[in-house]
Structures are given as structure tokens and as C-alpha cells.
Design a protein around this ligand. Structure first.
Ligand code: IPD
Ligand code: CA
Ligand code: CA
Length: 283
């Protein structure tokens, strides 16, 4: 078993290394960047994403040689996501919000989580543009720059500010599903925002400035840290279709509380049924 002292040590080291790696983002934000694409024309990567991940992997493995890693850019280069084992594993998104980073839109973060025995123990999300660091340790609450955070007390979707991301809409086989979900939520909610970083969207729910965040098709590195920060802040995260949330295959409904999460999930299930009926009628 890992002791509380060991977890504290892992946490302090990871926090310092995250701040160090953030200097790479600060150096790059105003530069004109060479952009490469990965799975599609809209899936961007820069040398800064790779450098942040390299730095974190190298320095964390010097400190903790028996720890494992799951990182976006390494997985993308190797065309394989490592399997999650019981070993301590760092799950890292070096820049969540790369499209924002490329366009100098300041909603960007480094997302770092530590999982031990397949359980989330540490979550760190840092936005260097605003010097905002969200942190959580299992069982110890969540904070923003050292101050405790809580989700909002909103209990109805019709009184909610909701974050939805557009990238899910471009999977052609699912565009109708995604657009119908957008429409259904826009009709009900106070407002809808698209901030371009799933990790920050989770942190915003934890902090109480967004009430609901929904998106399917994410990866573990987008949500691992944010999932712990949100639940430790007192929020709820469930699978889109209402089941238990799996951070290794994330379909996300994150909400200030369970009532709001369930209302959103029910709306999505009803909306999907209508979309599927429409598809059947067309064929
Ligand atoms: C992206 C962001 C975005 C989400 C995308 C992710 P990246 O991560 O989290 O909000 O809509 O699906 O891929 O590519 O900037 O690390
Ligand atoms: Ca990324
Ligand atoms: Ca990401």
C-alpha cells in the first residue's frame, strides 16, 4: 500500500514539475507555430505539446523509476495506448486545448493525474495563461491556487450554464447525434459555452462557474485529473448513458450534483432515441 506521506511526496514533485513544464507553454504561446496534424485536419499538435510531455516523462521517471506513463503524444507516436495496470501510473495531457494554444486563446492547461491500483489519487490541472492551478488528492478535497473549491448549487438544467465541445461533431457517423444533443441542451439551458479544453471544463464545474459539461469520445488524458478534482470538490461525473464513469473510456456528463447529471443524461438518451428514429425513417 502507498502511504499518505508517499502520495504527498508524489504530489509535491508533480506540482513543481508541472510549473516547470508550463514555462515551455509560456515561451510558445505568442510564437508563430509550425502545426502538424494527427488523426484529422482538426487534430493539431506542435513541438510544444511534445516538449511538455517529454519533460514531464523524463523528470518524473528520474524521480520515480518504477512508475508508468500514459501520455497523449507518446501514445500518438507509438500508435498504442498503454494498458492501465495496478502500478503507479501518470496520465498526462501535455497541452489540453492545443487548438486554443495555436490561436493564442488563453484556455489551455497541462493535465496530470496519478493512478495507483487503478484508482485516481492525484489530479493537477494548470493554466499558465492565468496562473491557475487546480489540485486534488483522493479524500482531501480540491482547490484552486490553494483555496478550497465547490461546484455550484444549481439543480435544474434550465438554470444551468453548460459546456459542450464541438470536436465530437466531426465524426461523420455521429454528427446527427451530436447536433441533436447540442440543440436539445441549447433549448433548455441558460446558455452553452465551448471552451476548447475538456480538462478545464471539468475544473470549471468543480469551481462552480459551469454547471454541466458533456462530451463523448474523449481519452483518459483529457479527463483523469479533472475527474478527481471534480469529485473531490463535491461534484458528480457519470457516463453519458447514466452508468458509472470510466476514466479510461470516457463518455462524460460532469455536473455540479447528481440531480443535474441525471437530468442531462435522461435528456441525451431521449434525444438520441429521436435521432435514431429519424435515421430509420430516412432509410
Ligand atoms: C482536446 C480538448 C477539447 C476536446 C477535444 C480534445 P487536445 O484535447 O480537450 O476540448 O473537445 O476532443 O481532443 O487535443 O487539445 O489535447
Ligand atoms: Ca493534448
Ligand atoms: Ca486533450
Amino acid at each position: 500500500m502507498t502511504s499518505a506521506e508517499e502520495i504527498e511526496h508524489f504530489f509535491q514533485v508533480a506540482k513543481l514539475l508541472t510549473l516547470e513544464a508550463a514555462e515551455v507553454i509560456k515561451d510558445g504561446i505568442n510564437e508563430l507555430k509550425d502545426i502538424e496534424t494527427k488523426s484529422s485536419d482538426k487534430d493539431l499538435v506542435t513541438k510544444y505539446d511534445k516538449e511538455v510531455e517529454r519533460l514531464l516523462f523524463e523528470k518524473l521517471s528520474n524521480e520515480f523509476p518504477d512508475h508508468k506513463f500514459i501520455g497523449e503524444e507518446t501514445s500518438s507516436t507509438n500508435k498504442e495506448i498503454p494498458e492501465l495496470t495496478d502500478a503507479p501510473t501518470w496520465i498526462i495531457d501535455p497541452i489540453d486545448g492545443t487548438t486554443n494554444f495555436v490561436h493564442r486563446f488563453p484556455q489551455i492547461c497541462i493535465s496530470v493525474a496519478l493512478v495507483i491500483n487503478k484508482r485516481l489519487e492525484i489530479g493537477i490541472i494548470y493554466n499558465p495563461c492565468y496562473d491557475e492551478m487546480y489540485t486534488a488528492k483522493k479524500g482531501q478535497g480540491a482547490s484552486l491556487n490553494g483555496k478550497s473549491i465547490r461546484p455550484s448549487s444549481t439543480k435544474e438544467l434550465k438554470k444551468s450554464l453548460v459546456n459542450l465541445e464541438t470536436s465530437a461533431l466531426f465524426t461523420t457517423s455521429k454528427t446527427d447525434i451530436g447536433l441533436a444533443r447540442f440543440n436539445a441542451i441549447i433549448e433548455v439551458a441558460h446558455g452553452v459555452r465551448t471552451i476548447g479544453s475538456a480538462a478545464l471544463a471539468l475544473a470549471f464545474v468543480a469551481r462552480g462557474i459551469i454547471d454541466v459539461f458533456h462530451m463523448d469520445g474523449l481519452k483518459s488524458w483529457d479527463v483523469a485529473a479533472g475527474c478527481l478534482i471534480l469529485t473531490e470538490a463535491g461534484g458528480t461525473i457519470i457516463d453519458t448513458k447514466g452508468g458509472i464513469f470510466n476514466f479510461m473510456a470516457p463518455k462524460v456528463i460532469a455536473a455540479a450534483n447528481e440531480v443535474l447529471a441525471i437530468e442531462t443524461s435522461k435528456l441525451i438518451i431521449e434525444t438520441d432515441l429521436k435521432t435514431l428514429r429519424k435515421r430509420l425513417k430516412k432509410n
